[in-house]
Design a protein around this ligand. Structure first.
Ligand code: ADP
Ligand code: MG
Length: 233
């Protein structure tokens, strides 16, 4: 299957993607036929108001949620057909997640937060230490490696979050409103860092946001409205 992908050359492709939440008798269509085709090595922003389906889309792309119908191909593999067990393994190898409120474990240092998933994945000590320090250096936090989250600013905490997302050397990074809790100066620094990472680490980044600033930094901006892509620029 990977070979098909490589021939098509897309990092992310969705075909008529629907996600309908069923709560009691109510049906909420959060995604209504989303078609995406994103090339590797791009920084793509998906913008849209609150409730437009951004988080649902990202969760479907990262295998954290199952679409109601349609398909999701990531580097040519149809993840919508994978079992939960396959998805867990696939995520560990292929995807990094960045969250709005950073998602760091408060009792662990920056270093330990970045290293944790590598430990769980059974990466040997030496390689783990090397990769952890590389990722912390990449986000400019090597000097802060042994500080815990509460000793760091919001921007620094998000840098740790980004280093952690990179730790497993993923081809795809999914970021859900990563600048949502940051002031605009810090938000710009984070967006610039994302740009650098996309260029230098050859990852594909999909970031959802309603921040106007992203237009200046992303290669491509898609607009999501009521679960549909309504414009791209
Ligand atoms: P956004 O991230 O753009 O704010 P979401 O993807 O979180 O949008 O939500 C899209 C729509 O789906 C909203 O109407 C929201 O209320 C609904 N929704 C999201 N998650 C659930 C859920 N777990 N159960 C029911 N409805 C949900
Ligand atoms: Mg959201």
């Amino acid at each position: 299957m990977t070979e098909i992908a490589d021939r098509n050359g897309y990092a992310v492709q969705t075909h008529d993607l629907w996600r309908i939440y069923k709560t009691g008798a109510q049906e909420i269509p959060a995604l209504r036929g989303v078609n995406l085709a994103i090339r590797p090595g791009r920084f793509v922003a998906v913008k849209g108001r609150s409730g437009s389906g951004k988080t649902t889309l990202l969760n479907c792309l990262g295998g954290l949620d199952h679409p109601t119908s349609g398909s999701v191909y990531i580097f040519g593999r149809d993840i919508s057909r994978m079992s939960d067990q396959e998805l867990t393994r696939w995520r560990r190898e292929e995807v990094g997640f960045v969250f709005q409120s950073f998602g760091l474990l408060p009792t662990l240092s920056a270093y330990e937060n970045v290293e944790l998933l590598l430990r769980i994945a059974g990466v040997p000590g030496r390689e783990r230490r090397k990769r952890t320090m590389y990722c912390l250096e990449l986000v400019g936090l090597a000097r802060w490696a042994h500080h815990r989250p509460f000793e760091l600013s919001g921007g620094q905490q998000q840098r740790v979050g980004i280093a952690r997302a990179l730790a497993n050397n993923p081809r795809l990074i999914l970021a859900d409103e990563p600048t949502g809790e940051l002031d605009s100066t810090t938000a710009r620094e984070i967006l610039k860092l994302f740009q650098t990472i996309v260029r230098e680490e050859h990852v594909t980044l999909i970031m959802v946001s309603h921040d106007i600033l992203v237009d200046e930094y992303a290669d491509e901006v898609l607009q999501l409205s009521d679960g549909k892509i309504v414009a791209s620029q």
